[in-house]
Structures are given as C-alpha cells and as structure tokens.
Design a protein around this ligand. Structure first.
Ligand code: DX5
Ligand code: ZN
Length: 220
C-alpha cells in the first residue's frame, strides 16, 4: 500500500453544479481540492476568479491546493491566505525573485509550492528545494484540461526524487496534466506523491469511484 494523495482538478467540474462537484470531492477519497487559476497572460486561457474561488473555499472540507498560472503572483499571496488556502503553488517561469516569493507564501501562513513547465529542468530548483513543501511537475503545457500526458515526465520525476533525497529535502512531488488510471502506477513508481486529475475524474462515469481507484493505485 502506498499513500499517494489524489487532488481532483475542479477545472473539469461542472460549473453549473459547482457546489455539487465540490461536495463530491469532499465525500471522496481525495486528499486535496486542486484549484487552477489562469490569467490569460502567463497561459493563454482564463479559468475562474475570486468569486468562484470563494465559493469553492466555502464548500470545500479538504485542504485547498492552489496552482497559480499567473504573472507576478506575489500580488495575490495575501488574498489566497485570507481565503484559507493550504498550499500555494507558483510557476518557476513566472517568478524572477522566486526565493522571495517562497518566503512570502510561508510568511502568510501557507505551504509553498513551485511548478515547472515541461521544458523547465528540475535542476533549476537546486537552490530553493530545501525551502519547498511541494514541487509540481507539469506533464502538459499549462492552460487547459484534457491534454495528453508528456512521457518525458517520468524521467523528470525520477531525477527530482533523486535530488530530494540527495539534498535531504522534504518537498512532495505532484504531477499535473493528463493523469489517468493507466499512467498513475508508473508515476508513483517514478516517485510521485500527489496526482492531480481533472478530466479522468470528472469525465468518468463515476467520479468518486475513479478517485478511489486512483487513490488505491499500486505498482509491482
Ligand atoms: C492544466 C492544469 C491542470 C488541469 C488538469 O493547466 O494545471 O490542473 O486541470 O486537467 P487534466 O487532468 O484534464 O489534464
Ligand atoms: Zn493544475
């Protein structure tokens, strides 16, 4: 048995029935709610803003795992802290003063995560790895749900796992994009601790069952 955490991405939820879908995650074996915040600038798409995030926060009973795909995320650190966010993840590519941003997230009382685009090498985190609670490895280019998984991700996770061990760091490894029941065992085997899943959960016939199956993933 492993203790993989599942973080369903609400980007794939039915926004006409948002409360219902948040409650579905509450009642499931998911560990966290994954919130994708896009600004139409860092990524080509706009997802949802503060009124929707506030609604999710009001109904969610599990920790909020918030993935900011926005430029200059420092502007909103306090806002997300006030909303009760547990994990705030910013993109390496959006933060010229990443170390400062990480410290500001922690000072605001949240756990601190950094996301890497598919082209960004894990070695670039060497100098901040020991300050992090989570590294989010993007397995698609951020901006949209429902894209296909990039296979090179396995190797990135393996290298990151090695770095974490070498540096005696405690950051969790989260994978996001195109995650499904088929690639989950290989991702866990490579060293992933948290799996984000949008389409494979919410587009399935029984999302709660799919979350349970993902959470029970093992590898031989
Ligand atoms: C993509 C987002 C993901 C996305 C995952 O930019 O960060 O969290 O919602 O969706 P699927 O699982 O459909 O790839
Ligand atoms: Zn995400």
């Amino acid at each position: 048995m492993n203790d993989v955490k599942i973080a369903p991405s609400l980007l794939a939820a039915d926004f006409g029935n948002l409360q219902r879908d948040v409650e579905l995650v509450n009642e499931s074996e998911a560990a966290w709610h994954h919130l994708d915040i896009m600004d139409g600038l860092f990524v080509p798409n706009i997802s949802y803003g503060m009124p929707v995030i506030k609604t999710i926060a009001e109904h969610a009973t599990k920790p909020l795992d918030t993935h900011l795909m926005i430029v200059d995320p420092d502007r909103y650190i306090q806002t997300f802290a006030d909303l009760g966010v547990y994990m705030l993840t910013v993109h390496y590519e959006a933060c010229p003063h990443l170390h400062r941003t990480i410290q500001a997230i922690k000072a605001a009382g949240m756990k601190s995560g950094v996301a890497l685009n598919p082209h960004t090498d894990v070695s670039l985190l060497e100098n901040v790895l020991n300050d992090l609670d989570l590294v989010l490895v993007m397995s698609v280019n951020p901006g949209f749900g429902g894209q296909s998984f990039i296979h090179r991700t396995y190797e990135k996770i393996r290298r990151l796992r090695k770095m974490i061990k070498q540096q005696e760091a405690s950051a969790l490894i989260e994978v996001d994009g195109g995650v499904n029941l088929e690639n989950a065992p290989k991702l866990i085997e490579a060293g992933a601790d948290v799996l984000v899943a949008g389409s494979s959960v919410f587009k399935s016939e029984d999302p709660k069952k799919t979350i349970a199956e993902l959470a029970a993933t093992t590898f031989s």
